[in-house]
Design a protein around this ligand. Structure first.
Ligand code: ZN
Length: 206
């Protein structure tokens, strides 16, 4: 299970400072009273940025692992949220997804590039769409785009900012912003809670 590690590092800073060493999870999320054998459980590595490690804990009673994902990293998608944001913003500004792919100069054939960009755009816009309903006072009536959210929230990096602003709902929001389990396709808080699963996948390229 992924949990938020609130930190202001960029991906590069996170690696340079080995910020996973400072990540702290003092109590088991399942057994805050203790006595379950909860303990630090090493790290797992992610492909990008190179050298990235993510701190992990394990509860033997609940047979669950917990990892603290820093705000700079995309959830269940390779790389950083800033990288995802750059792609989605480029797509928002391009006249078409094809044009966005050409501008991004992805090192893959067009059909693959369309899938790659389209997946990111759909995932991010789905989160923004949900957040308009969850945060009606801050985001209500806002177009479900990063450009519109950036203007409304007054931030340059919307996705990183939303890790903090939307923290209570991260379990219910899809990747790469939120931590909704991958088998959870229907959405909704209740479903997400029922489907908490054990091990976190390492930063699988997707
Ligand atoms: Zn526990």
């Amino acid at each position: 299970m992924q949990l938020r590690y609130a930190c202001a590092h960029t991906g590069a800073e996170y690696v340079l400072e080995q910020a996973w060493l400072q990540a702290s999870l003092p109590r088991c999320p399942l057994h805050p009273q203790g006595g379950c054998g909860f303990a630090r459980h090493g790290t797992y590595s992610r492909v990008s940025p190179p050298g990235t490690l993510v701190a992990r804990w394990y509860c033997p009673t609940g047979r669950r692992t917990f990892s603290l994902l820093p705000d700079c990293l995309a959830a269940r998608l390779t790389g950083t949220l800033a990288e995802v944001e750059a792609v989605v913003r480029a797509a928002e500004q391009a006249p078409s997804l094809e044009a966005a792919c050409a501008a991004l100069r992805l090192d893959i054939e067009l059909p693959g590039a369309l899938r790659w960009v389209g997946r990111r755009v759909r995932a991010v816009h789905a989160s923004l769409h949900l957040l308009r309903g969850l945060l009606p006072e801050r985001c209500g009536g806002c177009a479900a785009t990063l450009a519109a959210f950036g203007e409304r929230l007054g931030v340059a990096e919307v996705l990183v900012a939303l890790r903090g602003i939307a923290e209570p709902w991260l379990r219910d929001l899809p990747k790469p912003l939120g931590f909704r389990p991958r088998r959870e396709s229907g959405g909704g808080r209740r479903g997400a809670r029922q489907h908490w699963v054990g091990a976190d996948p390492p930063g699988a390229p997707a």
